[in-house]
Write a protein that binds this ligand. Structure first.
Ligand code: IMP
Ligand code: MG
Length: 173
């Protein structure tokens, strides 16, 4: 049945505690104005659904589907939007929610595309940050956990589409 998890990096109670803290941080750090929480699919789907329930202010939710394309998927940094949010972005506070920041290429390109829509503000919230993103042009304002430099799965993160449902975050064997 393929791979098995090797070691749990963050268990479910640890994640829940941190997500609650992040929700509080986000609640207090946004001034007036419309907040749109924009999840990057698929990896952010569980994190986002827990996170928005910990944010105590009015907000809207939408999702983006982005895909790297071309042969040089790892190094090209080319990102295409497969699903473009129907929600109007102009004049809103946009909080882009990502599962994990690795090279930072996906975020670099997405931030460019989103900035072009003239949001009132544009920030990133990442569940995990590997801190190896030398190319990342935009600071990640909200970070759940500093991630070990291993391949992680669970709580939305996958390996070949498996493990997304696992309620904790673990490294792979
Ligand atoms: P980046 O553009 O290199 O920062 O890639 C970020 C994307 O790669 C994330 O949104 C994940 O989909 C995927 N990714 C990077 N590292 C991991 C990992 O450790 N586990 C699962 N997916 C990962
Ligand atoms: Mg992803």
């Amino acid at each position: 049945m393929g791979r098995e998890v090797k070691r749990v990096s963050f268990d479910a109670p640890t994640i829940a505690t941190r997500v609650r803290e992040l929700g509080r941080e986000i609640t207090t750090s946004y001034p007036d104005g419309e907040l749109l929480v924009l999840g990057l699919l698929k990896g952010s789907f569980i994190f986002l659904s827990d996170l928005v329930r910990e944010i105590e202010r009015p907000l809207q939710v939408d999702f983006l589907v982005a895909s790297s394309y071309g042969d040089a998927m790892e190094s090209s940094g080319l990102v295409r939007l497969l699903y473009d949010p129907e929600t109007e972005l102009e004049g809103k506070h946009i909080l882009l929610v990502e599962d994990i920041v690795d090279s930072g290429r996906t975020l670099n390109r997405l931030m460019e595309l989103l900035q072009a829509r003239n949001p009132r503000s544009l920030e990133i919230c990442a569940l995990l940050h590997k801190h190896i993103a030398t190319e990342l042009q935009h600071p990640v304002k909200f970070v759940g956990f500093d991630a070990p430099h291993e391949f992680l799965v669970g709580y939305g993160l996958d390996h070949a589409e498996n493990f997304r449902h696992v309620p904790y975050i673990a490294s792979l064997q």
